[in-house]
Design a protein around this ligand. Structure first.
Ligand code: 0X9
Ligand code: ZN
Length: 790
């Protein structure tokens, strides 16, 4: 029998300071020496003064556990030893990461004092966690008086388990033929664990399957409404939105929206920050961390052998009915090609492995990385939330996690999502209900992106990207890496490109393998000024043909054919005359050098172009990010007056752990008297981004062009790292594209003729007087000036 819904809004008891000594003595340093992140809630449950609810039937009799005076604090962690010392106290770490930088912890008043005694100066992020919990309880208790909402209002707030079941029943009833709900297992306390299967036209036996599960961890309430929102949206869209209809006709989707119903009910009714299931352990404590219980490398680092611990792995791999249920569901569906395990919080997309610092090799590694980036971009496009894509081990080691087993044990691609908020400042596990819809909307796009990639069966990776332009002759090769996602076996010998210009018949061009599974296309000579169109085809061993950029046989990628003349280039190796000016800055001014931070705090581990040096904000190992500011680096003056179509190119780097600092790029065409912003880049995760700006879109190119890069962290509240490399002004045009008004005076006259005569002879370096672009300043260039005279 399920526990009745109760909120105890009027019956909160506070353990207050009386509980503190018990808590302090209850610290459970892992006996096996592994790092544990125990939860204050567990210690309370184990406290004899506060008996934990033994089972669902009795849960309603237990008073809710209060965390009065507990706070969430931020500490700037300098090294691993410092963090380990904190974790050994048994403190609950709310943010992820064993690296450097600010980390957040949920602490009792006594623990806060301990941290201060250790010399830390904790910044209070949430002064009293219980205030958030109380507000939520009061709100939910009031809502409970009303009828259970089944329509769109359902997503106005978090819902108790009965309403989750009612909503899913109704949703499936409203969409017969394409959806079904099935109980696939039973929790330890006897609650159903169900899957909803969604599949459009076509025989499910012929379709690849995608599995998404939510709520392994009880306190991560946002995870269930997020996957329900997604299902509700795509079910409504089926038959009306072509993209969704096509995807559901090609894919079978299974969503296990509530893996840990016992833990969830316990979190709802008794102990809001409960994480594990409700297994009664041999020592009288409760709960196994389901996400340490999976049978791949079970028992390793980042899981605890101590039953009282928040990361307790259980007595054996798959000892818990909840993990068994999901395992068996996936094993029964060998056509499962991709899986997402949904958690909160921190806004991350993680791929295997979590048990050790290893990543899947070859194409599997690429598939995980590539799709994580695609899904992150899909999320960012909705409301601008950034979910950082990274391997799970970059966070901290955790053995026995679902994602490791699904990939390592069942052979499907698998990701861990950590949803909103990005940090405890946003409420941590107690995410305001106003954010349910936004979280649903952005993750809907990520899940659709995954379905789309799986339906396409191949993810095409272009290791160097698609060039913006190609040269008329001896163009740089374009490299392609087709990554099979749904079990297709590719026959590398069949890869070929279709190349056409002027809309004519495409020419078939052979490609060559220049690294394992990576193929290069060398373009034939092309006419400058034209546009080349490219498609690439590869066959699988069973004869299916796959096509880039799209399965549509009419799809080609179009690239302009242009000469590229470099007018200014700086690879960071020597200083061509940058000026650095900083205001109100305590640390992190722009400086040139070989990156020294090893990428430990979000800074680049290496430069962009491989020359060695780049421009960086503070270039020391350790804490050297931007504090205050802005710091501004300004280029020398560059003459673009003779260029046909000049562009600014640069490689930019920005990471900012609270997402609110921007790396700004500004241009001036009057030597720096006035400036125009041409780009403003928010955090990109640990990646270089390429900037390409067409000057004419912003201003007239002149002889007095300058570019500047500006970054600040003011107020200084985040780890903000920026870098700039490979800055260049490039003329992208064709013969005759150069303007004969070489001095930019507005008329073509005698002084322009003198410039041509003065530059007579073969070009070396920037050569604006070579108006026809033939590499030589000569008679034809004089004729161009005369033809444009006036
Ligand atoms: O620790 C977990 O189980 C997940 N984080 S959560 O805060 N939702 O509990 C993350 C697991 C990802 N894997 C690794 N970090 N290795
Ligand atoms: Zn979790």
């Amino acid at each position: 029998m399920l526990a009745p819904r109760h909120f105890f809004a009027g019956a909160l008891i506070s353990l207050g300071t009386a509980a503190a000594p018990v808590l302090a003595s209850g610290h459970d340093v892992a006996t096996d020496g592994r790092h544990d992140t125990p939860n204050p809630a567990i210690k309370l449950a184990a406290n004899p003064a506060q008996p934990a609810a033994p089972a669902a039937s009795a849960a309603s009799a237990a008073a809710p556990v209060a965390l009065d005076g507990w706070s969430v604090v931020q500490i700037d962690i300098r090294d691993h030893e410092e963090l380990d010392a904190i974790l050994e106290l048994g403190i609950d770490q709310w943010t992820h990461g064993h690296g450097h930088g600010p980390q957040e912890f949920c602490v009792s008043p006594a623990e806060l004092e301990q941290l201060r005694a250790m010399g830390h100066d904790p910044l209070i992020v949430i002064p009293n966690v219980q205030v958030l919990i109380d507000a939520e309880r009061t709100r939910l208790a009031a809502a409970a008086q009303a009828d259970a909402p089944l329509g769109i209002d359902y997503f106005d707030d978090y819902r108790p388990i009965e309403e989750i079941e009612a909503f899913t029943d109704q949703m499936v009833a409203d969409h017969p033929g394409i959806s079904s709900k099935m109980q696939i297992g039973t929790s330890l306390e006897g609650r159903p664990i169900s899957a909803i299967t969604i599949s459009g036209a076509g025989d499910p036996a012929d379709k690849p399957a995608v599995v998404i599960n939510a709520m392994q961890h009880a306190r991560e309430w946002i995870t269930t409404p997020t996957v329900l929102w997604f299902m509700n949206e795509i079910l409504d869209a089926y038959g009306t939105v072509p993209r969704v209809t096509e995807l559901l006709d090609q894919i079978e989707l299974h969503v296990i929206y509530q893996v840990n119903p016992d833990g969830f009910v316990y979190s709802w009714e008794t102990e809001r920050l409960w994480r594990k299931n409700r297994r009664p352990n041999a020592d009288g404590t409760f709960g196994v961390d389901l996400n340490r219980n999976w049978g791949f490398e079970w028992g390793g680092e980042g899981s605890s052998g101590n039953p009282d611990n928040d990361t307790y792995r259980g007595t054996a791999p798959f000892s818990e009915p909840e993990t068994q249920t999901v395992r068996d569901f996936i094993l029964d569906r060998p056509d499962t090609v991709a899986h997402i395990d949904v958690h909160s919080f921190s806004q991350l997309i993680l791929w295997p492995f979590g048990y050790d610092f290893v990543e899947p090799g070859g194409l599997d590694g690429d598939a995980h990385r590539e799709l994580a980036h695609c899904m992150s971009e899909a999320i960012e496009a909705v409301e601008g939330s950034f979910y950082r894509p990274q391997p799970a081990s970059a966070l901290y080691l955790a053995a026995g996690i679902a994602t490791d087993w699904v990939f390592g044990g069942a052979g499907a691609l698998s990701w861990t999502f950590e949803l909103r908020p990005g940090s405890s400042q946003g409420g941590g596990f107690i995410l305001p209900p106003e954010q349910i819809v936004g979280t649903g909307m952005e993750n809907e796009q990520a899940f659709l992106e995954l379905l789309e990639q799986v339906a396409g069966q191949i993810s095409w990776n272009l290791p160097d990207g698609l060039p913006m332009t190609v040269a008329p002759s001896s163009a740089e090769p374009i490299r392609f890496r087709p990554i099979p996602l749904a079990g297709a076996e590719l026959n590398g010998g069949t890869i070929r490109a279709l190349v056409r210009t002027g809309g004519g018949d495409p020419l078939e061009v052979a490609m060559t393998e220049d690294a394992p599974d990576t193929y290069r296309l060398d373009l034939p000579p092309l006419a400058c000024g034209s546009t080349v169109e490219i498609a690439v085809l590869i066959d699988s061993t069973d004869g299916t043909s796959y096509r880039w950029p799209d399965a549509d046989p009419a799809a080609f990628a179009a690239i302009p054919v242009r000469e590229r003349t470099i007018l200014f280039a700086d690879d960071g190796e020597t200083d061509p005359g940058w000026t650095v000016v900083s205001d109100d800055l305590t640390d992190g001014a722009w400086e040139r050098g070989v990156p020294a931070g090893e990428g430990q705090r979000g800074d680049p581990a290496t430069d962009f172009d491989g020359s060695g040096r780049a421009w960086l904000t503070g270039n020391e190992f350790g804490n050297s990010d931007v504090d205050g500011g802005p710091t501004t680096m300004t280029s020398p003056t560059v003459d673009l007056s003779g260029a046909g179509d000049p562009w600014l190119n640069a490689a930019l780097w920005i990471t900012c752990d609270d997402g609110d600092d921007l790396l700004r790029t500004e241009l001036s065409n009057d030597g720096g008297a006035t400036w125009t912003e041409v780009s403003s880049l928010a955090t990109q995760g640990p990646n270089w981004s390429r900037l390409a700006v067409r000057i004419a879109d912003f201003m007239e190119p002149t002889a007095a062009m300058r570019v500047r890069f500006i970054i600040s962290d003011n107020p200084n509240d985040s780890v903000t790292e920026a870098a700039v490399d490979a800055v260049a002004f490039v003329d992208i045009s064709c013969s005759g594209g150069g303007s004969p008004d070489l001095d930019g005076s507005g008329s073509v006259d005698f002084s322009d003729l003198l410039i041509v005569l003065g530059a007579w002879g073969p070009c070396s370096g920037p050569c604006p007087a070579d108006l026809d672009g033939n590499g030589d300043v000569g008679l034809t260039d004089v004729l161009s000036v005369l033809a444009a005279w006036g």
